[in-house]
Write a protein that binds this ligand. Structure first.
Ligand code: 9MR
Ligand code: CA
Length: 576
């Protein structure tokens, strides 16, 4: 009888570093172990064995077998299992370096208010500046919920920053975690040589400053522009919105707060070059969440730029202190949600933003008034609306934090990492997440777990944390039930059609595909709102609720807060 080929071999399509664990997952119905061989380019069998049957896995819907071939030395290989063969992959020391570099270049590609040059972006991705300059006024008139906004005096220059994602909105809340993550990577030290001045592809290369800090600064400068000038009176919502979205507006001194966002009055269609955006651009009312994001990131920047650029550091410090003061005066101004044309980024739990900002200001100033508000909660996976862990990380890594505070912060990070390691053992595909709920942008949740795991390795020296962090990279780069590399330009089955207005080749052949190094949001079984997701709804195992389609904005968008942890994790794995 001919051998039945009924095995799908899933592994990291980038390959493996020689010193790292090398694991593959085989989805196959067989209840008994299957023979496998690791074949080198020259045809030699380097390793062989039998799969370990792990069993049925709900997150993937697969019956899972595992293969470990950790001992494989440098070379080019493929795996064969029961007559099926994988594609060729490498075992080589520097596989994560090009990924980290490309992932950082995403931020240059997303810059607003400046031409994107072939020299830094690559010929296919060069484009004229979008929204240059960006001088906008505050939204006035009735919003979708019927609230009437008086607007505010005068146009403001809010040029610059990064476009958030596939849309052209710019949001202070999401800017916060994204810029923070790049700055934190600098501070954590995993990328000091990788992104030393002159190493990255960006216009500031060679300006005497670290390139990672330069890229983050592009966003921080924009966040500073989003700060409400001292003494500005604005009508802002007080209390909670009614069920129908109606708000009670009150005039108040909003000086020092941050405007929540800037974006198109109406959603624009795809495809759309940034420079062709025909819509009015509006500034939307300040929120306490945006204000605390500004306080946190500006305080972090003030610390990191202190010796390299004291004048900029001082500007950041003043902005951070003013923002903190404004957030104290107005502790619960929620982002109004009655506007169309841009994302909501509405967050109703602000204690985590407050603890984060307090941690950053404490690390900057050492003042007791911030020490009182640091928070001592268990560390949660960071996200744009869950920022408490960011403050804990800063307390764990920043210079000059008192020992007891640092020890406590490190212990809380390690405790969270222990939980993730424990989850790995329950996950069919071996990732440090055992749940069945895949959020919008689930890949970023996993990458943020990997960031915490990387820090735990750094604090303890225990390799089990690196193994669990590496499992996230393995999953994102191909060791998943779809056999998909969720990153453009990397792997034999890379992301090709993200939801993006400019990287929209599938809609307009004159536009480019995504540049290399961009990560898709990934499987989402919790808010399947786009047309592609709606068709999959109820029919996919959690890790299969995804499609590489440009219309799939809930599954396949790209975003600054998702690429930032990709840079972090790739740089960390490269440094290991
Ligand atoms: O990442 C955001 C996700 O957590 C939310 O569930 C979703 C719906 O509100 O919005 C996501 O953020 C989008 C933002 O609102 C607009 N730019 C694109 C972002 C990524 O899809
Ligand atoms: Ca929050």
């Amino acid at each position: 009888m001919p051998l039945m080929i009924d095995a799908a071999i899933h592994l990291n399509q980038l390959g493996f570093r020689p010193a790292d664990p090398k694991r593959a997952i085989v989805a196959a119905p067989s209840q008994t172990p299957l023979p496998w061989t690791l074949e080198r380019e020259d045809g030699r069998i380097v390793l062989k064995g039998r799969t370990e049957v792990a069993g049925d896995d709900a997150a993937s819907g697969d019956h899972v077998h595992r293969i470990a071939f950790d001992a494989a030395p440098e070379g080019r290989y493929r795996l064969k299992v029961a007559g099926a063969a994988s594609e060729w992959f490498r075992v080589a020391p520097e596989i994560y370096r090009p990924l980290a570099q490309a992932a950082l270049n995403f931020f240059y590609q997303q810059r607003a208010g400046t031409p994107i040059l072939a020299r830094w972006a690559g010929e296919r991705w060069a484009r004229p500046a979008g929204h240059a300059p960006e001088v906008a006024t505050c939204f006035s008139g009735a919003d979708e919920a019927g609230n009437v906004w008086p607007g505010c005096a005068g146009p403001r220059d809010v040029t610059g920053g990064w476009y958030d994602a596939g849309d052209h909105g710019k949001y202070v809340v999401n800017a916060g975690i994204s810029a923070w993550t790049l700055q934190n990577l600098y501070e954590a030290g995993f990328a000091r040589s990788l992104f030393a001045d002159g190493q990255a592809r960006l216009p500031e290369a060679g300006n005497g400053h670290d390139d990672l800090l330069d890229e983050a600064r592009w966003e921080v400068e924009w966040m500073l522009r989003m700060q409400v000038p001292a003494g500005t009176m604005l009508a802002l919502p007080v209390g909670e919105p009614a069920a129908d979205g109606r708000l009670t507006l009150e005039r108040m001194d909003a000086g020092g707060m941050a405007f929540h966002k800037l974006g198109d009055r109406r959603w624009t269609a795809l495809p759309m070059r940034p420079a062709d955006d025909p819509e009015d651009r509006m500034i939307y009312p300040p929120s306490t969440a945006a204000t605390l994001n500004l306080a946190a990131v500006a305080a972090q920047a003030a610390r990191l730029w202190r010796s390299a650029d004291p004048a900029f550091a001082d500007r950041c410090r003043q902005a951070a202190l003013a923002a903190w003061g404004a957030a104290q005066r107005h502790p619960r101004i929620l982002a109004a949600q009655g506007f169309t044309g841009s994302g909501g980024y509405g967050d109703t739990r602000l204690d985590d933003e407050r603890a984060w900002a307090a941690a950053e200001l404490f690390a900057l100033t050492g003042e007791a008034r911030f020490a009182d508000q640091l928070g001592a909660e268990a560390v949660d996976v960071p996200g744009w609306a869950d920022t408490g862990a960011l403050g804990t990380i800063t307390l764990a890594v920043a210079d000059g934090v008192p020992d007891a505070v640092r020890r406590d912060a490190r212990a809380r990070i390690v405790a969270a990492a222990d939980g993730f390691v424990a989850e790995s053992a329950q996950s069919g595909y071996g990732i440090p997440y055992a749940g069945q709920r895949y959020e919008w942008g689930s890949n970023s949740g996993l990458l943020n777990r990997a960031m915490l795991l990387g820090l735990a390795e750094r604090f303890t020296g225990d390799a089990k944390y690196r193994r669990a962090a590496l499992a996230v990279a393995d999953y994102v780069l191909g060791r998943n039930p779809l056999g998909q590399s969720y990153v453009s330009g990397f792997g034999w089955r890379p992301l090709q059609n993200p939801h993006h207005r400019f990287w929209a080749k599938s809609l307009d052949a004159s536009l480019p595909p995504p540049p290399p190094g961009v990560v898709s949001g990934g499987p989402n079984n919790s808010a399947m709102t786009d047309p592609v997701a709606m068709k999959l709804k109820g029919k996919c195992a959690p890790q299969r609720c995804w499609a590489d389609a440009i219309d799939a904005y809930a599954l396949n968008e790209v975003a600054i807060n998702w690429n930032a942890p990709l840079v972090w994790v790739a740089a960390y794995l490269d440094a290991g």
